[in-house]
Ligand binder design. Sequence first.
Ligand SMILES: Nc1nc2c(ncn2[C@@H]2O[C@H](COP(=O)(O)OP(=O)(O)OP(=O)(O)O)[C@@H](O)[C@H]2O)c(=O)[nH]1
Ligand SMILES: [Mg+2]
Length: 613
Amino acid sequence: MNYRNDIRNIAIIAHVDHGKTTLVDVMLKQSKVFRDNQIVGELIMDSNALEREKGITIMAKNTAVVYRGVKINIIDTPGHADFSGEVERVISMADGCLLLIDSVEGPMPQTKFVLRHALQGGLKTIVVINKIDRPNARIPEVIRLTQDLFLELATSADQLDFQLLYTSARDGYAVTEPSREGKDISPLFDCILDNVPPPQIESGPFQMLVSNLDYDSHKGRIVIGRIWRGNVAPRDTVARVNAEGEIDYYEVAEVFTYLGLKRLKAGQAEAGDIVALTGIEEASIGDTIASPEQPEALPRIEIGDPTVEMTFGVNTSPFAGREGRFGTTRQLRERLYRELETNISLQVQDTDSPDTFLVKGRGELHLAILIETMRREGYEFEVSKPEAITRLVDGKLMEPVEVLTIDTAEKYIGVLTEMLSKRQAQLTDMHNDGGGNVRLEFHIPTKGLIGFRSAFLTATRGESVMNSVFLGYQPWHGNVNSARNGVLVASEQGVAVTYGLHNAEERGLTMIEPGMQVYEGMIVGSNSRVQDIPVNVCKEKKKTNVRSSTQDIMVRLTSPLKLSLEQAIDFINKDELVEVTPRNIRLRKKLLSYAQRLREISSTRRSMESSAI
Ligand SMILES: Nc1nc2c(ncn2[C@@H]2O[C@H](COP(=O)(O)OP(=O)(O)OP(=O)(O)O)[C@@H](O)[C@H]2O)c(=O)[nH]1
Ligand SMILES: [Mg+2]
């Protein structure tokens, strides 16, 4: 077996926010891949607009640096559990990984998830305790917890013997002992060169696995992956093996390798390297590209199943067609199916209704990011409440269950455990740091978690953090009774006015401002009671010639409760929809007319009564 000593391939994995992208910044900056006067900013790899706005990584991405003559291909991955399909997708490109762990938070549920994948993939692991600059760092304890995690997950004894390093990605240094003073990141580079095995080269003609796709308006589809065997050059004829084992042939147009933020044109690329090829117009993630002489398929990438589903439908609101550029069934369908090419943990299905599609993802955020992306591209459509995906196993109904971790203050334990027990959560662990901070761990069915986030933030006044990771399927726990309050529903189409909104405020919290267009059946606020009530927010005060008091002129409205897209899909009930357009996010009842809704309520009541008899 041959090795390529001039290359290392590593993935950077961790729980959300433990500092992966910040560490990649430092590696790029200190390896001098930029000109001295080049302004590159921060979190450079989070190049997508939504990534920058939300401060999280959504897609795994490649970059590379050169250190002591060795090219280190680096794959930055997302830490949020909803995007863990990205970790599963790219892990096979790497021979080693940096497992980052926050020096205060310690190993979190997603740390366990990504480490399990790395160990199963046989990657050499370097544990990097990051954020050691934090004043309340608890390094010895974090190391002990990390060792426990390895004991639980290692598939062979030699995996227990991991390298350990300490960093402050923010301040740009790595040290081999926490007591040492840090200068720069070179101890990390040295550690990678010394510990991550160089790529093994199998003998034989060209073979690579497609791990990612990209597009370029001039060059067309770009396929990205690691070459396992042989080499590739522009104008080579290559075979593509698809999921069905069928083979077709293409001519490679260009070959690129990575350096910094650039893709460099290469005359040839060899086994062990990570490359981007153009000219292969049909490839999908998981396909093998190989020499026509020996077109053998590599094992396809395995991706975990989605846990949450919702419908995406053609906009049926009275305002349909006003604000979006794309809104027809054909456009919506085409866009959703196109998403499957790169968003590999997503699934899309047609439904009985030609205007509605069932979209399945790894969590509410996974779906919300797709909705937001489409809305920015000019699409308008409506989406339903997300629901957990159940399965039948041997005739038994099973549902997804998650591990929920909450970091909060002691004073909120009571209210949180009460809210969560209604949602069928079970407390599995509780850790008190002695200073008033607690970490609670629960097992909770996914259905109980849907709609919980906004209630959680309100209950803890935004002072707590929650994280959840898929645990597995368990027998159905029964229905959750987590009744949300009712809503205020516009009773007429028109323009909302101060007087009408002021009246609505007496019933609950409003969600819109004066001047906004509303339609009958649109949700304009949340009620302080459990029923829905119609309100006429377009109602003007009767004009009289005499002003009775100054109070009449100066009606002050409290500022409306503005829901973000994620909050909106978290908020709605089953009989409601979110209408999404490039300009607005509106909440509505599925049945727009009050009379229809009343009929629906009485017919469900009748059917419940008759089934009770
Ligand atoms: N104090 C301190 N903060 C850090 C350090 N490294 C990163 N951070 C901060 O932690 C936050 C998250 O950093 P990111 O690099 O985006 O984390 P990430 O792991 O890439 O996050 P995801 O990709 O969303 O999972 C940012 O606010 C960083 O400034 C560090 O060494 N010390
Ligand atoms: Mg990141």
